[in-house]
Ligand binder design. Structure first.
Ligand SMILES: Nc1ncnc2c1ncn2[C@@H]1O[C@H](COP(=O)(O)OP(=O)(O)OP(=O)(O)O)[C@@H](O)[C@H]1O
Ligand SMILES: [Mg+2]
Length: 347
C-alpha cells in the first residue's frame, strides 16, 4: 500500500512503469507522457460521458467509443457523438465519470492491460484549502481512481494503474513554463509569475513567488470558461434555427466555435457572427475575473496564459503588457505535471 510504503520503496515502484500525466479537465482529458513503447505520447479527448450503455458502435472498431462499468455497478458511454452529462458539477474530480474518462484516455493511448504510473490534477481551488494542500481531497481523488473501471467494449482493456499521484493544475503549467523538455530551467524562476489557466468550466489563477511559494491572496478559481461560450452559442443558435432540442453534441459546438460554421439540417450554416459575439462577451467576463485578482499586474514578471480558453481567446495575453501566451497552451498542465513528476523520479 502506498501509504505504508517507505519513500524509497515508493520511488522504486513509481520508476518501474511508464509515467503518464492526465490533465483531466471538465471539457477535455489531455494526456501527455511516456507511451508503452517509451516514446512521448500526447492525446486529447472530450470529457464527454453519458450514464448508461448507449447503442453506439464504432464501425472502425478503434475503441473511440468506450463502454465502461464501474465497481458501483453503473455503466457509462464515452463518446463525442452523444449528448454528455453536464460535467459542471462540483465533485467531478472525485466521481466515477472522472474515473471512466481517465481509464478511457489511457486505453485509447495504448495502455489497455498495461501497468502505468499516472499523475492527474485538481484545480487550484480544490488542491488547496485554508492556504495548505488539501490532503484529504487529494487522497479522495487517488482513492476514486484506485477503484478502477472495467471496459465493456470488445477488445478494449482497462489500464492497470500502479501508482497514482495528484498535482495542482495551474502550478503544473508553471512548471511547464519554467522547465524545457530536458527538464532544464528555461525561464527565470526567481521572480513572481501569474499563471492564468482558462479551461472549459474554470479560470484558474496561480501566483507563484520565487518558484516555490503561492500567493494565496491573489490565486484562486473563477467559474468561467469555454463551456460558457458553448452555452451562449447554443442558446443563440437554437433561437435562430428554431430548434426545440435541449442540447447539441459537444463535438458540434466545438466545431462551430473553431470554424464559425455549424452543420445543421445536412448542410453547413454560417454562425461566425454569433460565435464572435459570444466569444467577446465571455472573454470580457474572464478578464474581469483575472483583473479582480491581479489588478494591472504591474509588479509581476509575466502573466502566462494557458488552457484551451487561452487558445480560443487568441489576443487575451495582449490585455497585459507583460502577458505571454504559452506554447501549445492546451497541453501546458499535462506537460507540466509530467515534467514535475519525471524530474522527481530523476531525483
Ligand atoms: N484553438 C482553439 N479554438 C477554439 N477552442 C479551443 C481551442 N483550443 C482549445 N479549445 C477548446 O477550449 C476548451 C477548454 O479546453 P481545456 O482543455 O483547457 O479545458 P479543461 O481543462 O477541460 O477545463 P477545466 O480547466 O475548466 O477543467 C475545450 O472545449 C477546447 O475544445
Ligand atoms: Mg483545465
Amino acid at each position: 500500500m502506498a501509504e505504508t510504503a517507505t519513500k524509497k520503496e515508493r520511488v522504486a515502484k513509481e520508476g518501474s512503469h511508464p509515467l503518464v500525466a492526465i490533465d483531466d479537465g471538465y471539457a477535455q482529458t489531455k494526456l501527455y507522457g511516456q507511451g508503452p513503447d517509451g516514446k512521448i505520447v500526447k492525446r486529447v479527448l472530450r470529457s464527454s460521458v453519458r450514464i448508461g450503455s448507449h447503442g453506439l458502435g464504432s464501425f472502425a472498431g478503434d475503441g473511440a467509443i468506450g463502454l465502461w462499468q464501474t465497481e458501483e455497478g453503473n455503466r457509462y458511454t464515452v463518446s463525442d457523438e452523444i449528448e454528455a452529462e453536464d460535467p459542471r458539477f462540483t465533485d467531478f474530480h472525485l466521481s466515477p465519470i472522472n474515473r471512466v474518462l481517465v481509464n478511457h484516455a489511457l486505453s485509447t493511448a495504448g495502455f489497455g492491460g498495461v501497468q502505468v504510473d499516472i499523475v492527474t490534477g485538481l484545480p487550484v481551488k480544490e488542491f488547496f484549502k485554508d492556504q495548505r494542500k488539501d490532503e484529504e481531497r487529494i487522497q479522495r481523488k487517488r482513492e476514486n481512481l484506485q477503484r478502477g473501471a472495467f471496459s465493456r467494449s470488445a477488445g478494449v482493456e482497462a489500464p492497470v494503474l500502479a501508482d497514482i499521484q495528484v498535482g495542482c493544475q495551474a502550478i503544473a503549467a508553471y512548471v511547464d513554463w519554467a522547465l524545457d523538455d530536458e527538464l532544464k530551467t528555461r525561464n527565470d524562476t526567481g521572480k513572481t509569475i501569474a499563471i492564468v489557466d482558462i479551461g472549459g468550466r474554470t479560470t484558474d489563477v496561480a501566483v507563484v513567488v520565487g518558484g516555490r511559494s503561492i500567493d494565496h491572496g491573489r490565486s484562486g478559481t473563477a467559474d468561467v470558461g469555454v463551456l460558457d461560450v458553448y452555452k451562449g452559442v447554443l442558446d443563440r443558435v437554437k433561437a435562430r434555427f428554431e430548434l426545440d432540442d435541449d442540447s447539441l453534441p459537444l463535438s458540434l459546438m466545438n466545431e462551430a466555435v473553431r470554424t464559425g460554421s455549424m452543420q445543421l439540417f445536412g448542410r453547413p450554416n454560417d454562425v461566425a457572427e454569433i460565435v464572435s459575439d459570444v466569444v467577446g462577451q465571455v472573454q470580457e467576463r474572464a478578464l474581469r475575473e483575472i483583473q479582480r485578482r491581479l489588478g494591472r499586474a504591474a509588479t509581476l514578471q509575466a502573466v502566462v496564459f494557458v488552457g484551451g480558453g487561452s487558445a480560443l481567446f487568441k489576443d487575451i495575453a495582449s490585455a497585459y503588457p507583460n502577458g505571454v501566451m504559452a506554447e501549445d497552451p492546451e497541453f501546458a498542465n499535462a506537460r507540466g505535471l509530467y515534467k514535475y513528476f519525471a524530474s522527481r523520479r530523476r531525483g
